[in-house]
Write a protein that binds this ligand. Structure first.
Ligand SMILES: Nc1ncnc2c1ncn2[C@@H]1O[C@H](COP(=O)(O)OP(=O)(O)OP(=O)(O)O)[C@@H](O)[C@H]1O
Length: 400
């Protein structure tokens, strides 16, 4: 987690927290969950172990019965989410993303596995405790889910009313939240008169009303245009930094993951096929599913070259290599070293460099001469020591 992620008390957000009747929700929730949560028990019994993450999913499996057959939505899924991080979940349609998100706030119950939120086993809670838990976990949706008969103010106030907050608490809290999301001047406006971006801002303010530590986002920007998406992502990033809020989001937009998330999980047919730091996965996607999902945001082989690629060397063809770089390796003078040390004059046929979470990542596609002083495996080994990964894409014939 970047050091810049700080908590509300450190950044002068006290008015946002002090006016919240959150302690009321917590005490009801914790009292029913037992006198000591599993988080406390774990730290008391083993002081040397890391504390539990804010969210821990262990070996979750969930199936549905549909049309007389079993549909497996999740199979053996394990994920830890640390406090303050932003985790993106991606996968093709039907991969199990929504089911996973809904397990976190108890809207779905897995058939097996454990869900710990703040150390509390969610899948063992009764309805009353689940309702208390959901007030600690905000959620925003693709279609905003606002009540059309309520003004902006009253939409944001709703969770506080349900929690029994006083009129003055509600007034103060909702005003602070509308300031936070930049909608102070829209407090008396009804949803029908708001743009999509403004509606999502109301959704965010409402989700934050009960001071959750966790925000779940279900395709929160999918209905928005690119510019509005950027504004909403900036707002979510800002809230994450200012309030220390932990965010778990599912999205079909890879740019959202690249621009906002610290870590990502790739689901396919209910299983995790890859998880890790966004910069690492973008620098070197390991699974075919990830490569296919990221293809629009990663620089790749131009179609004109792909069409001329052969698996085997042909007379006049040149070996084509894809080099990936990340971190400090992105700045190394690899091509110059290849020429100087191995006497191989490679030509760059395609390339791009990007920065994710401050970490440079790059892709370079090199064509080697047809004949080289060193054998191809030796050249690949030489490059592997100086890059994040090297792949032989094939052999390309010159364009006519
Ligand atoms: N209530 C349900 N009843 C029956 N099948 C369900 C139910 N909910 C989900 N499924 C099935 O479980 C699988 C995973 O669904 P889920 O909605 O979690 O996927 P997803 O990755 O969120 O998909 P999308 O990106 O299309 O929203 C799918 O095959 C889906 O049809």
């Amino acid at each position: 987690m970047p050091a810049s992620r700080s908590h509300c008390s450190e950044v002068g957000m006290s008015s946002l927290t002090s006016s919240i009747p959150a302690a009321r929700f917590e005490s009801a929730f914790d009292a029913r969950a037992g006198s000591r949560t599993e988080r406390e028990t774990a730290s008391a019994t083993d002081a040397h172990r890391d504390p539990l993450p804010l969210i821990r999913l262990q070996n979750l499996s969930k199936s549905f019965e549909a049309g007389g057959r079993e549909v497996v939505a999740l199979h053996g899924v394990s994920i830890d989410v640390q406090e303050g991080e932003i985790l993106g979940i991606i996968g093709r349609s039907g991969a199990g993303k929504s089911t996973l998100l809904r397990c976190i706030n108890g809207l779905e119950r897995p058939q097996s596995g454990t869900i710990l939120v703040e150390g509390t086993p969610v899948n063992r809670l009764g309805e009353a405790d689940l309702a208390a838990l959901r007030r600690r976990i905000g959620m925003i949706f693709q279609h905003f889910n606002l009540l059309s008969s309520r003004s902006v103010f009253d939409n944001v106030a709703l969770p506080l009313e349900l929690a029994g907050a006083s009129r003055s608490e509600i007034e103060s809290r909702v005003s602070d939240l509308l300031d936070l999301v930049g909608l102070a001047d829209k407090r008396n406006v009804y949803p029908a008169r708001l743009s999509g971006g403004q509606k999502q801002r109301v959704g965010i303010a409402r989700a934050l009303a009960t001071s959750p530590r966790i925000l779940l986002c279900d395709e929160a920007t999918s209905a928005l245009d690119p510019e509005t998406t950027r504004q909403i992502l900036a707002l979510l990033g800002d809230i994450n930094r200012k309030l220390g809020l932990t965010i778990v989001l599912i999205t079909h937009e890879m740019a959202v993951v690249r621009d906002l998330c610290d870590r990502m999980v790739v689901l396919d047919h209910g299983r995790i096929v890859e998880q890790g730091a966004v910069a690492d996965i973008f620098a070197q996607p390991r699974s075919e599913v990830t490569r296919s999902l990221l293809q629009d945001v990663l620089p790749d082989l131009p179609a004109s070259l792909a069409q001329r690629l052969s698996d085997v060397p042909l007379p006049g063809s040149q070996p084509l290599l894809r080099l990936r770089f990340s971190g400090s390796k992105a700045g190394d003078p690899v091509i110059a070293e290849l020429a100087r040390q191995l006497d191989v004059a490679a030509s760059v046929v395609h390339g791009a460099i990007d920065t994710i979470k401050g970490q440079p990542i790059g892709v370079l596609i090199l064509a080697l001469p047809e004949r080289t002083a060193q054998p191809l495996p030796a050249i690949i080994d030489f490059l592997r020591e100086r890059t994040t990964s090297v792949e032989l894409l094939g052999h390309v014939l010159p364009a006519h």
